[in-house]
Design a protein around this ligand. Structure first.
Ligand SMILES: Cc1cc2nc3c(=O)[nH]c(=O)nc-3n(C[C@H](O)[C@H](O)[C@H](O)COP(=O)(O)O)c2cc1C
Length: 214
């Protein structure tokens, strides 16, 4: 009899505990699914933006974007990247002019700079002594791009302009001015600004590129 009573009490206790924990479990499930919806919406709606309005980005807004950038996963938490943010249009114009003075550049129609006329450019360098540092750089870039998009800010990941900067002799002083540490080399940049275009999504080759392996 004692055993039956004990079993009954433990069943009642378990039922009570379930009743108490159920709402919070439900709440976290709801929160999780709404996070999932928001993230999917931002990821799927994002497009590369190559035309910007004149509206400038505040430093506070930039800080929020950059903070999300560097919170991306990275190898061994070594953070094998350095970022330099240029939000001075005159400096961006000077860099672009220097590159154009000794390198063949194809500027986008209507764009004043090799950075598609963006009001802000984040230059990203990788640590050369760490073989997979480019992965860290790429992941931080996507975080930053998605955070920006969620705030109504457009961006474009660009490797063309930075490749040209590295090839241009006239750009050397500007590379020095960016001031990356000795073991770092410029890898790519991300332009940022308020969008003045809304491009269509470019199709992805899902069936061709992704395969489940049994
Ligand atoms: C590593 C990398 C380098 C890129 N370099 C350039 C570039 O130099 N110039 C440019 O206009 N777009 C550049 N892009 C943007 C791609 O062209 C763009 O992401 C792609 O066409 C898909 O379009 P979406 O971003 O709108 O989905 C680059 C993207 C990546 C990931």
């Amino acid at each position: 009899m004692k055993r039956i009573k004990a079993l009954l009490y433990s069943l009642m206790g378990a039922a009570l505990m379930t009743a108490c924990t159920a709402p919070s479990a439900q709440t976290s499930t709801t929160a999780a699914s709404s996070d999932a919806e928001v993230i999917e919406r931002v990821i799927m709606a994002r497009r590369s933006i190559r035309q910007y309005t004149d509206r400038t980005l505040s430093r506070d807004t930039l800080q929020q974007i950059l903070l999300c950038g560097i919170n991306a996963p990275n190898g061994q938490n070594r953070q094998a990247y350095e970022l330099r943010v240029v939000d001075n249009p005159q400096l961006l114009q000077e860099i672009s002019d220097a590159v154009a003075s000794d390198t063949e550049v194809r500027m986008r129609r209507g764009a004043s700079t090799i950075f598609a006329g963006a009001p802000c450019v984040v230059f990203i360098a990788r640590e050369t002594t760490y073989d997979i540092s480019a992965i860290d750089c790429g992941l931080l870039g996507e975080n930053l791009i998605l955070k920006a998009w969620s705030m109504g800010i457009g961006s474009c990941c660009m490797a063309g302009p930075t490749r040209q900067m590295m090839q241009s002799k006239a750009c050397t002083p500007y590379l020095e001015r960016l001031g990356f540490s000795p073991d770092y080399e410029l890898l790519y940049c991300i332009t940022l600004g308020y969008p003045a275009e809304s491009p269509e999504a470019k199709p992805r080759k899902y069936e061709e590129k992704i395969r489940f392996v049994e």
